[in-house]
Design a protein around this ligand. Structure first.
Ligand code: TPP
Ligand code: MG
Length: 323
């Protein structure tokens, strides 16, 4: 399957991007925090591989990988992280607030579960417009106890909306383990309460993710309503820059490192002869070059002017913020 090499290309790009962002945050080139996606690459890659450009996604605070997998330009993502004008939101959104409607990316979101009602509304708009698009709504295990999660799933099931809810269960919401927050072994069972079909998949296996999400997307596109996918995975970095990872053990981390989705896919490709060792190092070089190009681009892009802070604001009539 030649597309497996493409998946590896995307996953390597995400991994190298996130490792570079980690350094740039430490060096102070990227201000504030960032939530890195390393370890979870197979989820975004397998999922977006079954979507067309016109299909929608909504993303989370841990959204760089979703954006790259949906076809985002790493130069403009990096420039946004730097707060520069060539970023996707002219440097005003930063790591947690990026969107590109032209590729169906409706936005990352700093509010836990905040993308869920937006995605559900987008799915309703698809149904009302009678198009053949589908929405995939990414969120974490921490979102399944938000009230809006339940309200949205109920409506989506009732109205048979074309949406796939994709829960990335990486076992922790900040420092809270999922088993201390939810009395279920599989979070996919949450969907049963809404009579919504559901599945749990190994989120570190890109082929398994593609298969399960592919079926869910086909169903939704054919008018058979929503589906809930739980992808079990693990984030390799801490929650965000200040996390000392005191709530989980180094042994647990090592167990998940052994299930690294990139090493697994590389292994399969090398064993089956679909990729040679030289081919693999060429892919590695390509990812590094692309990321370094993005860093150069972000460094050379100008900062927005102070006046630009007052542009692009939405202020309802009669409620002007300026005297
Ligand atoms: C409504 C709301 N409550 C709390 C927070 C603070 N917060 C930021 S990320 C996060 C954890 C999210 O965990 P999860 O959904 O599992 O995603 P992960 O970080 O594991 O990818 C929390 C509680 C927030 N951003 N929004
Ligand atoms: Mg989590």
């Amino acid at each position: 399957m030649p597309e497996l090499v493409d998946y590896l290309r995307t996953m390597l790009l995400i991994r190298r991007f996130e490792e570079r962002v980690d350094k740039l945050v430490a060096q102070g080139f990227i201000k504030g925090t960032s939530h890195l996606y390393a370890g979870q690459e197979a989820v975004a890659t397998g999922t977006c591989s079954v979507l067309s450009r016109e299909d929608y996604i909504t993303s989370t605070h841990r959204g760089h990988g979703h954006f790259i997998a949906k076809g985002g330009d790493v130069k403009r993502i990096m420039a946004e992280l730097f707060g520069k004008i060539d970023g996707y939101c002219q440097g005003k959104g930063g790591t947690q607030h990026m969107a590109d409607f032209s590729i169906g990316h409706l936005g990352s979101n700093g509010i836990t579960g905040g993308g869920i009602p937006l995605a559900t509304g987008a799915a309703l708009s698809i149904k009302m417009r009678h198009t053949h698009q589908v929405v995939v709504c990414f969120f974490g295990d921490g979102a399944v106890n938000q009230g809006v999660f339940h309200e949205s799933l109920n409506m989506a099931a009732l109205w048979q909306l074309p949406i796939v809810y994709l829960c990335e269960n990486n076992l922790y919401a900040m420092s809270t383990p999922v088993w201390e927050a939810v009395p279920l072994r599989d979070l996919a069972l949450r969907a049963a309460a809404y009579n919504m079909p559901h599945a749990t998949v190994d989120g570190n296996d890109v082929v398994a993710v593609r298969e399960v999400v592919g079926e869910a997307v086909d169903r939704a596109r054919a008018g058979h309503g929503p589906f809930f996918v739980e992808a079990k995975t693990y984030r390799f970095f801490g929650h965000s820059r200040s996390d000392q990872r005191l709530y989980r053990s180094r042994e647990e981390e090592a167990q998940w490192q052994a299930k690294d989705p990139i090493l697994r896919l590389q292994g399969t490709l090398l064993e089956t002869g679909l990729l040679s060792p030289e081919g693999l190092s060429a892919l590695e070089d390509e990812a590094m070059r692309e990321v370094e190009g993005a860093v150069e681009f972000a460094h050379s892009s100008p900062l927005p002017s102070p006046e630009a802070g007052m542009e692009g604001l939405y202020v309802p009539e009669g409620r002007g913020v300026l005297a």
